[in-house]
Design a protein around this ligand. Structure first.
Ligand code: NDP
Ligand code: MG
Length: 399
């Protein structure tokens, strides 16, 4: 197998799973953006034979000096080089954002199995991924905890027996906060997720709740359900990872402590269940499980995601690209927390304005069937949001 994004939160958790099941999983290749002590440690432990470093400034000299046998590729195209290797059957895609798209497509085109953590890939290019899956004859297994839970609950069930799915959301660190207080949120506060430890992009997405919005789109493609059959339920304890409702009214759920090693292991060893490093769940210690309706007024990202999903075409790709940039602007302290989602909305409406009237009436976001069109929409959204941000001309904020 290969781990794309090995030095990240998912990548490191996956490395633990691979070490525990070294007799089942042989790690042949890794990727990271650049060299770090973390990466060197991973190479020592996992002993891969190939490495991709995607940062084009990176020469890879340090790793080469330490591991001269390692096959090394540097630059943006190196992920694709990994994805095209014939000695790999299973790819764990756990990079951030659109960078995961082309390697995922390449692996699926070759009939490989992809364990997908990078939800932005499905959001930006759902139909294209499904086409590659069908034509290539590969397999796509979700790693995102909610989608893994649903996937687990659906094992052995007929597709037509499914009525709807309920995606659980912790609600993020600002659940129940008044708007005035949310306007003052700092990067540090937004980075302190109550139940999960994750990379910066998804942690901020979890605070705006756009992460759950992206997950609705992800679920739509994975489980072939229309938006009205995908519901969001706030569940602050993050113990119930999602639920499935069948035609007879029965609900099935998957429960465990919030620890990504479980869904990662399930995806990597699917369909087998072997002992894991995740501590068992003591329900009497948890005591109670709460469920609430989400507040769509205070978290407009949820409604936005449903609107974008109904639009289809290039809209999800624009949403995802604009969000990648907006989150980075917030992390760089150039915009405030409550500006993230409005900025994304501004890019989406600017896109609508660029299209000719006749198309606009039908579906302003109709074009984006091919990889080229998706990449063009992604590129356009990044440029647009940068232009808007320049117009804001604001000094650094949030300290
Ligand atoms: P991290 O930021 O912790 O790690 C990202 C990894 O990908 C690192 O190895 C990083 O390399 C590499 N990387 C980052 N950007 C790029 C890029 N543009 N091109 C190539 N490689 C890149 O992220 P997470 O592990 O938290 O998340 C990874 C993906 O999984 C995201 O899409 C996220 O939404 C999804 N996910 C994560 C969950 C979690 O619990 N963390 C849960 C569910 C989904 P380097 O270290 O060199 O920078
Ligand atoms: Mg999730």
């Amino acid at each position: 197998m290969a781990i794309l994004g090995a030095t990240g939160s998912i990548g490191l958790a996956a490395a633990e799973v691979c070490l525990q099941h070294a007799d089942e999983l042989e790690v042949v290749a890794l990727s990271a953006r650049s060299t770090s002590d973390r990466l060197v440690g991973l190479i020592r432990q996992l002993r891969p034979s190939a490495l991709a470093l995607t940062d084009s400034q990176e020469g890879g000299e340090t790793v080469h000096a330490l591991f001269p046998q390692l096959e090394l590729q540097v630059g943006e195209g190196s992920l694709l080089w990994l994805a095209q290797r014939e000695d790999i059957d299973l790819f764990l895609v756990a990079v951030v954002g659109i960078a995961g798209l082309q390697p995922t497509l390449a692996a699926l085109d070759r009939g490989k199995t992809v364990a997908l953590a990078t939800k932005e890939v499905l959001v930006a290019a759902g139909p294209l991924i499904l086409k590659a899956l069908e034509e290539g004859g590969g397999q796509l297994i979700p790693v995102d905890s909610e989608h893994s839970a649903i996937f687990q609950c659906l094992q052995g069930q007929e597709k037509r027996s499914l009525r709807r799915i309920l995606l659980t959301a912790s609600g993020g660190p600002f659940r129940g906060w008044p708007e005035e207080k949310m306007a003052q949120v700092t990067v540090e506060q937004a980075m302190a997720h109550p139940t999960w430890r994750m990379g910066p992009k998804i942690t901020i997405d979890s605070a705006t709740l756009l992460n759950k919005g992206l997950e609705v789109i992800e679920a739509h493609y994975l489980f072939d359900l229309p938006p009205e059959r995908i519901e969001i339920v706030i569940h602050p304890q993050s113990i119930v990872h999602s639920l499935v409702e069948f035609q007879d009214g029965a609900l099935l759920a998957q429960l465990s402590l919030p620890d990504m090693r479980l869904p990662i292991q399930y995806a990597l060893l699917y369909p087998r269940r072997l002992p894991s490093l995740v501590a068992p769940l003591d329900l009497t210690q948890i005591g109670r499980l709460d469920f609430h309706r989400p507040d769509l007024e205070r978290f407009p990202a949820l409604r936005l995601a449903y609107t974008v999903l109904k639009r289809g075409g290039a809209a999800p790709a624009i949403l995802s690209a604009a969000d990648e940039v907006a989150v980075q602007l917030f992390l760089d302290r150039r915009i405030g927390f409550l500006e993230i989602i409005p900025l994304v909305e501004q890019v989406l409406s600017a896109y609508e304005d660029t299209l000719p009237g006749a198309v606009k009436l039908r579906n302003p976001f109709s074009a984006a069937g091919s990889l080229e069109e998706i990449l063009a929409a992604d590129h356009w959204a990044r440029q647009k949001i940068s232009e808007i941000a320049v117009l804001l001309k604001r000094p650094p904020i949030n300290g």
